[in-house]
Design a protein around this ligand. Structure first.
Ligand code: KG4
Ligand code: ZN
Length: 329
């Protein structure tokens, strides 16, 4: 069985073909980074327009790379939220048109479930596990009971972790997206600047990243420093916060296995630090491969496969499907 995944919730136009054994036949993507970098963040109107220009090109490329024709697809899966409404609408309407023309079932996918299921490709998952999804738009901690059964344990009350990377990079005039740039500079720096860990209260599993952002801003204004050291110290503080929350959730719920997914899970320093923590505490750690950490359509196609195997729908699909900028998992 072949699933065509479509993802346009932010600044990546992505289409992938995945089979029911979670083999990736193609995973194509147009990244709009260069369109947005001058603005230090994603400009929603530019993102929507670019998706319109690219979606059919990327879809055709994805089919071609997979060596199949559109008639060979069995199901279609598309991100319906959360994300930028105009961007999601481009992918969703493309998917609706395709589903209507090919008479294939169309599965609406929650973007964050996609990130969790990016773990299906490179891990043998034992349930339950605690999963932290840290991206540019979200920082959510889940108890994953099984595929499709998620309990939200905590979330950010202000900025997302990836957003904090992006904003700190902007303060330092380093460019967009901030995560990869900060990671690279941190390699040449030392964790020698004292910054607070990014949580407000230790008693619950929520996150807050606005405090560390303000600390970094104050530090920049009042001190002379090596940018590399600030990057290393900031990155370390984020990693410690992740570990603290994963450890707390694992202790409270008595769950040994932990996971990190989403764009920030691409960061090697954070991956290594959490791996070390998992090793030292006898926990199993699940990570997506780096190429599947940031937004992609393979994870959406995989979510479609798992939805289809749980409660398969037939054509015609729900024509009233709509994009949602906010959406509970
Ligand atoms: O999951 P994602 O591609 O998109 C959203 O769903 O938001 O995540 C993008 C975020 C950006 O904020 C970016 O700075 C961050 O992930 N990111 C990183 C790294 N690569 C991407 N953060 C830290 N280190 C990285 N290497
Ligand atoms: Zn994402």
């Amino acid at each position: 069985m072949l699933s065509l995944g479509i993802e346009t919730s932010c600044d990546e136009t992505a289409v992938a073909v995945v089979d029911n054994n979670f083999n990736i036949l193609s995973n194509e993507l147009y990244s709009q980074i260069k369109e947005h970098s001058a603005f230090g963040g994603v400009v929603p109107e530019i993102a929507s327009r670019k998706h319109i220009e690219k979606i059919d090109i990327i879809a055709n490329l994805s089919l071609e790379k997979a060596g199949i024709k559109v008639k060979d697809i069995d199901i279609i899966a598309v991100t319906v939220g959360p994300g930028l409404i105009g961007s999601i609408l481009v992918g969703l309407n493309f998917a609706k048109g395709l589903a209507y023309a090919t008479k294939k079932p169309l599965y609406p996918i929650h973007h964050i479930e996609g990130h969790i299921l990016s773990l299906l490709f490179d891990n043998n998952l034992d349930f339950p596990f605690i999963s932290l999804v840290a991206s540019g738009g979200h920082t959510n901690l889940f108890l994953v009971n099984s595929i499709g059964n998620y309990t939200l344990l905590g979330k950010t009350l202000d900025d997302a972790a990836g957003e904090a990377f992006d904003k700190v990079a902007k303060m330092l005039n380093l460019g967009y997206p901030g995560g990869p740039i900060i990671e690279k500079l941190a390699l040449k720096g030392k964790n020698c600047i004292k910054l607070p860990q990014s949580f407000i209260v230790k008693e619950n599993l929520n996150f807050s990243f606005s405090g560390i952002k303000t600390s970094v801003l104050n530090f920049i204004k009042n001190n002379s420093f090596k940018i590399e050291d600030l990057c290393a110290s900031f990155q370390n503080s984020i990693a410690e916060t992740f570990i603290f929350k994963l450890q707390e959730a694992s202790r409270i719920f008595g769950v040994k296995n932990i996971a990190l997914a989403g764009g920030v899970s691409c960061n090697s320093f954070i991956r290594n630090k959490i791996s070390e923590f998992a090793k030292n505490t006898g926990k199993k750690l699940y990570l997506p491969s780096k190429s599947l950490s940031t937004d992609n359509a393979a994870m959406i196609a995989a979510a479609g496969i798992s939805k289809h195997s749980r409660d398969s729908i037939n054509f015609p699909f729900d024509f009233t499907l709509n994009a949602k900028s906010r959406l509970n998992i």
